[in-house]
Write a protein that binds this ligand. Structure first.
Ligand code: GCO
Length: 466
C-alpha cells in the first residue's frame, strides 16, 4: 500500500543570526549582544546588530524563499524584540513584525515553522534573575510563548519551544564558548533542567489554550559510531548517544533523565518534582532534530563520567566548521531516535554545510560541495524513511548566510549568499539545485512507513531493556 503523506521541504534561520537589531521595534538587548561585546569571544569581533538586516528585508527574503520553491520556513522569534525586558510591557512594533512576516509567508504559500527560543535570552532576565538558572525564567518563557500563540497561532501550525537545549547548556555553561560564557557543569545541568521546565510549561499553555497544530523541541545530536566492533566500544557509542540526545529527549518523552546519566553524574543531575514530571512527560507531538555530522566513539573509563571518548574520523572530508561529512549518520540517527522514542512524526529541522570565502562571480556562487552535501543527506534521510521513520519535513540550514555565533560571519551556511556590506542577496548554485529538487517533487513519493520495531509505549523500562 502506498499513501502519500504530507512532507515539507524548507530552510531554516534564527532571529539573532539574521535579523539585525533593526529599526522595527528596536528590540531589547539579548545575552548574545552582551557576549559579542566581550573581546575575543566572537571571531572578527562580529555582532548581530546588522547581519542580514532581515527586519528591513523580510519581504525580499520571502521572495527568495518563493524563488527557491520552499514549502516551509523555520524561523525564530526574538524574545527581547517582543518583550524588551523579558516580561511586562510588550513592544507592539516588534510583535507586529512577526505578524507581518507570517502574513507574507502565508501569501507566498510557505508554511511558517516557528521556534520560540533560539538562544537570544533577554539580557534583562539575565541581570535580574540570573537567566535560565532561575526557575522564574521558565515561567516567563511560558508567558512569552502564550503571547506569541495568541498573536500568530491562528496561522501557524508547527511550533518548536527551544532550539538545541544541549548547546545552551553545554556551550553556554559547561565550556563557556557561547553566551553567557559560564564554565560550571553543575550550573549547566541546572540550566538544562530549567530549559526542560520552560519547554514543558510552554507546551502545557499551548495544549490548554486549544491552539491548533503541534509542538515539540529541537534536539541536536551527532550520530556516534563505535570506533571498533568490540562490545566495549559499541556500549560506549550508545552511552554517548544517550549523553547527548537522551539528556533532553528522554525527559520530554519518558519523563525523566536516562538512568545511565543519573548513575554517571550522580547528584549533578537535578530531580523533577512530581508536578514538573507530569508536565514534561510526553510533552512533544513529534521528534525534531538537527543533524550535521557523526563521530567515532571508544570506551574510555575515567575519561569522562560516562566513560567514553569521541573523535572525528580522520578519513572523512571536513566542512569549514571542521565537521566530518558523514551522510549515512543522518539515517542512523533518525532510526535511533525512532527506535528509542517510538513512531512519532519526525522533523529534521537543520542540516547543511559551511564554506568559507564564497564569492559572487557573474551573478553566481558556485558551491558544488554543498550540493553534494545536501543531496547525499537527502538520500540518507530517504533510506531512513524506507526503513520506517515517519519523516515529515526537512529544513536546510540555512536559507541565507548569517552570523555563525562565536564563529562570526566567515562560515557561510546559506543557500543564498549575503553580502553583509551591501545587503545584496544572490542565490547560490545549491539554492538553484534545491529549487529544482523541490519542483521535481523531492523524493517524488514518500511511501507510508512500515512500523519500526520500537518501544513507543512511553515506558522507560522497556526502552532501557531493548
Ligand atoms: C546550531 C544552531 C544554528 C547554527 C547551525 C550551524 O545548530 O548551532 O541551531 O543556529 O547556526 O547549527 O552551526
Amino acid at each position: 500500500m502506498t499513501t502519500k503523506r504530507p512532507f515539507t521541504w524548507g530552510a531554516a534561520t534564527s532571529a539573532f543570526q539574521i535579523e539585525g537589531s533593526g529599526e522595527i521595534g528596536q528590540r531589547g538587548t539579548s545575552i548574545w549582544d552582551v557576549f559579542c561585546e566581550i573581546p575575543g569571544k566572537i571571531a572578527g569581533g562580529a555582532n548581530g546588530l546588522r547581519s542580514c538586516n532581515h527586519v528591513s528585508h523580510y519581504r525580499d527574503d520571502v521572495a527568495l524563499m518563493k524563488a527557491l520553491n520552499l514549502q516551509g520556513y523555520r524561523f525564530s522569534i526574538s524574545w527581547p524584540r517582543v518583550l524588551p525586558e523579558g516580561t511586562g510591557t510588550v513592544n507592539q512594533a516588534g510583535l507586529d513584525f512577526y505578524d507581518r512576516l507570517v502574513d507574507e509567508l502565508i501569501a507566498a504559500d510557505i508554511a511558517p515553522y516557528v521556534t520560540l527560543y533560539h538562544w537570544d535570552l533577554p539580557q534583562a532576565l539575565q541581570m535580574k534573575l540570573g537567566g535560565w538558572e532561575h526557575p522564574d525564567t521558565a515561567r516567563h518563557f511560558a508567558d512569552y510563548s502564550r503571547l506569541i500563540f495568541d498573536r500568530i497561532g491562528d496561522r501557524v501550525s508547527h511550533w518548536f519551544t527551544i532550539n538545541e537545549p544541549w548547546c545552551v547548556a553545554y556551550f553556554g555553561y559547561f565550556n563557556g564558548a557561547f553566551a553567557p560564557g559560564v564554565q560550571d557543569r553543575r550550573r549547566g545541568f541546572q540550566v538544562g533542567h530549567q530549559l526542560l521546565r520552560a519547554h514543558a510549561l510552554a507546551v502545557a499553555a499551548f495544549r490548554a489554550g486549544g491552539y491548533r497544530g503541534e509542538i515539540g523541541i529541537n534536539l541536536n545530536c551527532e550520530f556516534m559510531y563505535p570506533a571498533s566492533d568490540t562490545i566495549d566500544d559499541r556500549d560506549a557509542a550508545q552511552r554517548a548517544l544517550i549523553d547527548m540526545a537522551g539528556w533532553f529527549g528522554d525527559p520530554v518523552w519518558f519523563g525523566d533523565y536516562p538512568n545511565e546519566m543519573r548513575s554517571a553524574y550522580g547528584d549533578l543531575i537535578p530531580q523533577f518534582s512530581d508536578e514538573d514530571q507530569k508536565l514534561v512527560k510526553q510533552s512533544i507531538d513529534f521528534i525534531a532534530t538537527n543533524y550535521y555530522f557523526s563521530d567515532l566513539v571508544s570506551a574510555a573509563p575515567g575519561e569522562n563520567p560516562m566513560g567514553y571518548i569521541r573523535r572525528s574520523d580522520p578519513n572523512r572530508p571536513k566542512t569549514a566548521m571542521g565537521w566530518p561529512i558523514v551522510a549515512e549518520g543522518l539515517e542512523s540517527l533518525l532510526i535511533w531516535l525512532t527506535q528509542r522514542y517510538g513512531n512519532l512524526p519526525v522533523y529534521l529541522t537543520e542540516n547543511g554545510m559551511a564554506k568559507e570565502n564564497e564569492i559572487v562571480e557573474d551573478g553566481f556562487v558556485h558551491d558544488p560541495e554543498r550540493i553534494d552535501y545536501i543531496r547525499t543527506h537527502f538520500e540518507s534521510a530517504r533510506r531512513a524513511v524506507e526503513k520506517g521513520v515517519d519523516l515529515r519535513g526537512y529544513f536546510v540550514w540555512s536559507l541565507i548566510d548569517n552570523l555563525e555565533w562565536a564563529h562570526g560571519f566567515a562560515k557561510r551556511f546559506g543557500l543564498v549568499h549575503c553580502d553583509f556590506e551591501t545587503q545584496v542577496r544572490t542565490i547560490k548554485d545549491s539554492g538553484l539545485w534545491y529549487a529544482d529538487w523541490i519542483a521535481r517533487g523531492g523524493w517524488n513519493a514518500i511511501e507510508s512507513p512500515q512500523h519500526l520495531d520500537s518501544n513507543s509505549a512511553g515506558e522507560r523500562e522497556s526502552c532501557m531493556e531493548s
